[in-house]
Design a protein around this ligand. Structure first.
Ligand code: PMV
Length: 336
């Protein structure tokens, strides 16, 4: 019997990935950039056991047994085994995978990113494969490739139809910008209405704006974002982050039928951020929303206390209005 355990964090995109050019290999139509959170904050943990005694492969997620015949799981497993040495003694043993997330699964909180990054990292350790594994994690869930690295990460879309150049690279380690913090404002932790997979497929099929975004906007934004990160220019970083989130949700509305991920509370949070920044006469706080209503807030350490007091004032945890359901705020540095 052989056992391995790995932990992988979620990542929060500041330039969003939205739209695939190849559904099976999970090749994106644009580059994306994210910050990887620390593993003690929101992460997935995966243990894999391999044994010659096991009769079949098994997979549990958060304590519930899952169907092992998932095309994405199969794709990751096949690719890891293809890269393993043919003399690896456990290559033909059956495996049991046990994964858990310490945060809500599929609520637009990047659970699949952490989950597949963790699974692939554990498989790579089990079968002792070397080299970049981000292109394997990508086959599980596109954004998972970015969780393979810590700090600031770019997923380069690549050009080849086979996808070997569609990989993640680290732009800067977490130590480059140690003052950076992320708050997650949990508006709703239920499963999202439409998966990102079905949402982005519909956007590719129906949104004209998406083509404009991929060809005209994102390439310029990626360069500007890299510059902002390298120079630790929070003002520009915040502006680009919010503009990109807004454009992504505009595309979701331009999709037919539309994918509505943000709700009234999400929009109120965005208003609070803009009002806060106006009062400060500069962008001190940036919001970004993924495929769900929860807000991810990037800000510098020096700003957290004041911004949190504003959030607690506008959305009092004990308020009877029922307006903001289950707001949770957590604060941690992004980390490796
Ligand atoms: O990797 P997926 O299929 O869960 O897609 C993630 C898409 C967004 O979270 C909305 C954006 C991103 O780049 O993470």
């Amino acid at each position: 019997m052989k056992t391995v355990t790995m932990v992988a964090p979620v990542n929060i995109a500041v330039i969003k990935y939205w739209g695939k050019r190849d559904e099976e290999l999970i090749l994106p139509i644009n580059d994306s950039i994210s910050g990887t959170l620390s593993t003690d904050f929101m992460c997935a943990k995966t243990t894999i056991q391999a044994s010659p005694q096991f009769k079949e492969n098994k997979f549990w997620l958060n304590g519930k047994e899952q169907n092992f015949d998932s095309p994405r799981l199969d794709s990751c497993l096949k690719e890891v085994k293809r890269r393993a040495s043919p003399s690896c003694p456990i290559l033909n043993w059956k495996i049991a995978i046990c994964s858990e997330n310490n945060f809500p699964t599929a609520a637009g909180l990047a659970s699949s990113a952490a989950g597949y990054a963790c699974l692939v990292a554990a498989l790579a350790k089990l079968y002792k494969i070397e080299g970049d594994i981000s292109s394997i994690a990508r086959r599980g869930s596109g954004s998972a490739c970015r969780s393979i690295y810590g700090g600031w990460v770019q997923w380069i879309k690549g050009d080849r139809p086979t996808g070997e150049d569609s990989i993640a690279i680290q732009l800067a380690p977490v130590a480059h910008w140690p003052e950076m913090r992320v708050l997650i404002l949990v508006v709703n932790d239920e499963r999202k209405k439409y998966s990102s997979t079905s949402g982005m497929k519909k956007s590719v099929e129906t949104s004209d704006l998406l083509k404009y975004r991929a060809s005209e906007c994102v390439p310029k934004r990626v360069e500007a974002m890299k510059e902002a990160i390298f120079r630790k220019d929070f003002e520009s970083f915040a502006k680009i982050t919010m503009e990109d989130s807004n454009q992504f949700h505009a595309i979701c509305l331009d999709t037919f039928p539309p994918c509505v991920y943000m709700n009234d509370t999400s929009h109120s949070i965005s208003d609070v951020v803009h009002t806060y920044n106006e009062c400060k006469s500069s962008n001190r706080v940036a919001y970004t929303f993924d495929a769900g209503p929860n807000a991810c807030i990037y800000l510098l350490e020096s700003e957290t206390e004041e911004f949190l007091s504003v959030i607690n004032y506008v959305f009092p945890p004990s308020s009877n209005t029922g307006y903001l359901k289950g707001l949770q705020v957590r604060q941690k540095p992004i980390n490796k």
